[in-house]
Design a binder for this molecule. Structure first.
Ligand code: ZN
Length: 378
């Protein structure tokens, strides 16, 4: 059996594995093969699927279906992660059965599971507060949880005081932080939304006539605000004296921005409104801290026009493969690659900015603010 066949067998035998693991002690199972923690993970999961349950019939049927569908241990673990958050009698097994029967890839069912737990109202809300950790190796950590507005304003204040651009961000923020605490700065920056706000025409109409309680708009600093907060900000003059209107075409992408003076500023603002966070999958750097990126590289004749521009964070701008047909493919086969590995490149597909992986898959960023960018509003 080759490596791929072994992986396939492992990933289609979840129930078979758990059934045999159920009678095992984690110490016997570990047996020098795996860590005791991993072994405990298996035996705990096996107990869920084969141990006593409050809904034995649902449990039996769900296990039979999971075996027929050849689900993996990883899949069953994901199912259990969601289901165990439900506390009322029978609810957890009902959800396990539902997720085992749900059609889709593991990632799709995972998203669906999250959504179902939220619907059942069992999501633990984060609590606002200041948490202080214990000392480890002479260092301690403090973490602050508060509204996205407050923390983002603090972040912007510290960002503005960074003096050395080459330092890692976390280190660079430290000195401005202590300056602020010790009262050496000018206090928190008052939010002024030079930041870009993306809002669809229909929502804008609703918000303008005071009916926007259910409208949530997203900002290029990575936060969101309700329609009411948007109107308040406009009344307080925090939106600036001009309202910028970006025009987006459903398949061509950004088209034009009205009411600005500088061409470069205008293009940058349009690009920010399009995605609001870096469009690289799983990235969460807000557009305010991103760099303008030419989708077709300038050196290959790419134009500085709206549809060829997007915002990428410094890191992803660096790893993007600007030379898809260049040096990389000309290398002699068998010769080890030098330099950075190919991570794929950003391109525009049907109007939207996507990562094209080296294997040819087109993947978008599913960050919640990114999915509220201008191109998703039309
Ligand atoms: Zn990024």
């Amino acid at each position: 059996m080759d490596g791929q066949q072994i992986i396939k067998l492992f990933y289609t035998s979840g129930i078979t594995i758990l059934r045999d693991v159920y009678d095992c002690s984690p110490h016997d199972l570990a047996g020098g093969l795996m860590s005791l923690n991993t072994a405990r993970k298996y035996t705990r999961l096996a107990t869920v699927f084969f141990g006593p349950a409050d809904s034995p019939k649902v449990q039996r049927d769900a296990v039979a279906l999971a075996e027929a569908r050849q689900l993996s241990v990883e899949y069953l673990e994901m199912v259990n992660k969601h289901a165990k958050k439900l506390n009322t009698r029978g609810a957890a097994w009902k959800l396990r059965a539902e997720l085992i029967a749900h059609k889709g890839t593991l990632d799709e069912v995972n998203e669906y599971g999250k959504q179902r737990v939220t619907e059942e109202g069992c999501d633990k809300q984060k609590q606002r507060g200041v948490r202080v950790g214990r000392a480890i190796d002479g260092l301690r950590t403090i973490s602050i949880t508060d509204t996205q507005r407050k923390i983002t304003d603090l972040e912007k204040t510290l960002d503005a005081a960074i003096t050395d651009d080459d330092q890692p961000r976390s280190e660079a923020l430290l000195e401005p932080f202590w300056d602020l605490v010790e009262g050496n700065g000018t206090g928190l920056i008052k939010p002024e939304y030079r930041t870009v706000i993306a809002i669809g025409l229909e929502d804008y109409a609703k918000v303008s006539c005071g009916k926007g309680e259910d409208v949530v708009v997203a900002l290029s600093d990575g936060t969101t605000m309700t329609g009411a907060e948007f109107i308040n900000a406009a009344m307080e003059g925090a939106l600036g004296d001009k309202l910028y209107v970006g025009l987006f075409h459903p398949t061509a992408g950004p088209v034009n921005l009205y009411e600005t003076r500088f061409a470069s500023d205008k293009l940058r603002t349009l690009a920010m409104a399009e995605n609001l966070v870096c469009p690289w999958p799983d990235c969460n750097v807000p557009a305010d801290r991103c760099q303008v990126h030419h989708i077709d590289a300038h050196k290959h004749g790419g134009h500085t026009k709206p549809s060829n521009l997007t915002m990428l964070c410094k890191y992803h701008n660096g790893v993007n493969n600007d030379d898809p047909d260049g040096q990389r493919n000309k290398r002699r086969p068998g010769k080890p690659k030098r330099g950075k590995p190919n991570r794929g490149r950003i391109r525009r597909h049907r109007g939207k900015v996507r990562l094209q992986t080296p294997g040819g898959k087109l993947v978008g960023n599913t960050h919640h603010v990114s999915s509220m960018g201008a191109m998703n509003l039309i």
